[in-house]
Write a protein that binds this ligand. Structure first.
Ligand SMILES: *[C@@H]1O[C@H](CO)[C@@H](O)[C@H](O)[C@H]1NC(C)=O
Length: 355
């Protein structure tokens, strides 16, 4: 026991110990399973090494280690990859996005179920603010990682915040490359979110482009297990036009198909100002999926309001939901069809309607 204690105090915080414990777990509780560990350079302790420890102690040790929340079946407790949870959230918490919902789910599910994929997954979310782009990015982080966006495997970059000064673009380039590289080295599966991507400097896009291409590795690091999400309002006007056209011609919003949008989205994206749209990212087929977010209508605002009340444990009636929804601004001027802010400020707004 003393010897174990010594061993632990020396080694508990290092990755190596995680590796050893996964190894014990695999040998003792799971028969011959391969310990999950992507860094092949680490030494595998032989069975003989552990033969010296009585099994009772190793079990004790393992239990203790698991109590600290450091072990799990996947081998990396930071990665949860809960596809059921993601499907549930997209189905129940996201309103009015019949296009985004299946595209995001299938893309992420396909990527996770096919670890042999030869390139990172890149998704580009398009639409007005408040339509759910950030919301979905958060859902993805929450269901794929134990600690959500706070996970050390997830990096969120907000273009105007993190890369504010155009003259510092060279510094930013280095910082961004380092951040991506560090995260990929630290985690078996990573998620990079670029919010307000329309404001990304072209130089920054060029800097990260190699990571998204079909290369096996860049400077010896493998980036294929990374997910890149770009959130922008590029194409928002085109999406809104299509939705409005459908409404004018008496067609269902739910009948809007990807084919109705994709072409206009690509065209508007190419014509838009700024680095993101001008970059080869768009033209060079590095984006796997364009994900359109439709503008939200009155009925969707009511659903968001209902969720916001429910999140505070409050039941509401239709009349209150109508009041909340009526207090929003709707555009265009004549039709008053789409909420100008989407569902963005609903959680704050319901304060005014609380008893
Ligand atoms: C996945 O998410 C669902 C729904 O949020 C939840 O009920 C379930 O416990 C989660 N599964 C795991 C393994 O975390």
């Amino acid at each position: 026991i003393l010897l174990l204690g010594f061993f632990l105090s020396l080694d508990t915080l290092s990755n190596t110990s995680l590796y050893y414990f996964n190894y014990i777990y695999c040998n003792i509780w799971e028969g011959e399973c391969q310990p999950h560990q992507d860094d092949a350079t680490q030494q595998v302790p032989t069975r003989d090494f552990w033969a010296g420890f009585p099994q009772d102690y190793t079990e004790l040790l393992y239990r203790w280690y698991c109590n600290l929340g450091q072990c799990c079946e996947s081998g990396d407790c930071r990665v949860t990859n809960n596809i059921t949870g993601l499907a549930h959230d997209l189905q129940n918490k996201l309103h009015g996005q019949h296009l985004a919902q299946p595209v995001v789910l299938k893309a992420i599910q396909g990527f996770i179920n096919h670890p042999e994929s030869n390139k990172p997954l890149t998704l580009s979310f398009h639409g007005w603010s408040g339509t759910g782009k950030n919301f979905v990015a958060r859902m993805v982080a929450d269901n794929l990682y134990r600690d959500g966006v706070k996970s050390e495997c997830v990096r969120l970059f907000i273009a105007p915040f993190h890369f504010h000064h155009a003259r510092m673009v060279d510094t930013y380039k280095g910082q961004l490359r380092d951040a991506i590289r560090d995260t990929v080295l630290r985690c078996s599966q990573t998620l990079f979110i670029f919010d307000e991507a329309e404001k990304l400097h072209p130089g920054l896009i060029d800097a990260i482009k190699p990571y998204m291409a079909h290369y096996d590795n860049v400077d010896g690091v493998n980036y294929r297990k990374a997910i890149f999400l770009f959130l922008s309002n590029i194409g928002g006007a085109a999406i809104n036009d299509v939705a409005l056209d459908f409404w004018h011609s008496g067609q269902n919003r739910e009948d809007i198909g990807m084919e109705d949008l994709e072409h206009r989205l690509r065209t508007e994206t190419m014509e838009a100002q700024g680095g993101f749209s001008k970059s080869e990212l768009m033209s060079g087929h590095l984006i796997d999926f364009f994900v359109p977010f439709l503008p939200l209508e009155y009925r969707h605002i009511k659903l968001c309001a209902k969720d916001a009340f429910a999140a505070r444990g409050l039941e509401t009636d239709e009349a209150t939901l109508d009041e909340v929804a009526k207090a929003m601004l709707y555009i265009p001027k004549e039709e008053r069809l789409f909420s100008a802010q989407g569902c963005k400020s609903i959680p704050q707004r319901i304060n005014f309607f609380l008893p």
